[in-house]
Design a binder for this molecule. Structure first.
Ligand code: 9D3
Length: 238
């Protein structure tokens, strides 16, 4: 997979891809990631990327021309890919959307800034608008880091061991169980006895129960979704 990111702050995103799983996936040739400076695609002496909003109002709006020049230039090289505009008004990122984007050959990710991006960019350049959640960021760059991480780790071979993928998909839909490592007692807080017992069946049951309790207490919305999914399955098979 190839990912191109366009931003006025390349260093803000580039550093995030030089460590950990994304770094390893790049080193292994599983994913190619390129970060492009939007200002390279301006044509005036001051490399202007924003301007005053028509109709007035506070703040600046990002001009359309540099975005179109950047994406059209990138698309001259091979696969047109899917163009994603990161914006607070986009579709909320979840694991299902991450999976769908991870299946693309190529993504071109646009990071907006200022008060917004000229509407013609979302209408005529972006294929999809994505938000990472209901909180205010200063720009699309942190969202681009989040989206890229979610998509890269889904690429076949990106995770070290097959184990992690299997366990992850098995546990999907529930929160994680509590995890412990040595020492067995730390400042008087003991690791639950069942984990020290060596009884693998009991450990498995305890973890499942912890997952269910935790999910019920903290994320009842996830249980509702899981229930709906099971309903779908039994309807389909009955
Ligand atoms: C304070 C300005 N807001 C007035 C309605 C609008 C606004 C514009 C641009 C708010 C934030 C931003 C910058 N954020 C993003 O570009 C962004 C974002 C986000 O803020 N939250 C979650 N996901 C994303 S993706 C891009």
């Amino acid at each position: 997979m190839r990912i191109d990111l366009v931003t006025i702050f390349p260093p803000l995103v580039a550093g995030a891809f030089e460590h950990s799983i994304v770094r390893r996936a790049r080193d292994r040739g599983i994913v190619e990631i390129y970060v492009h400076d939007l200002r390279r695609y301006t044509s005036d002496r001051h490399r202007t990327v924003d301007d005053y909003p028509y109709g007035g109002g506070a703040g600046m709006v990002m001009k359309p021309e540099p975005w179109f020049r950047a994406v059209e230039h990138l698309r001259e090289q091979g696969n047109p890919g899917r163009c994603i505009l990161l914006t607070p008004q986009g579709r909320r990122l979840d694991q299902a959307l991450a999976r769908r984007l991870a299946a693309e050959e190529r993504l071109i990710i646009l990071c907006g800034r200022y008060e917004g991006v000229d509407e013609r960019v979302r209408e005529h350049l972006a294929d999809v608008e994505v938000s990472i959640g209901d909180y205010v960021l200063s720009g699309g760059e942190p969202a681009a880091v989040v989206l890229t991480d979610a998509v890269v780790r889904l690429q076949p071979g990106a995770l070290g061991s097959l184990q992690s993928t299997v366990e992850e998909s098995f546990a999907e839909g529930l929160l994680e169980y509590p995890q412990y490592t040595r020492p067995p007692e730390f400042r008087g807080w003991r690791v639950p006895e069942v984990l020290l017992s060596g009884d693998h069946g009991a450990v498995e049951r305890w973890r499942r129960e912890q997952q269910r309790q935790r999910t019920r207490q903290r994320r009842p919305d996830m249980l509702a979704e899981l229930g709906a999914d099971l309903g779908d399955v039994s309807e389909a098979t009955s």
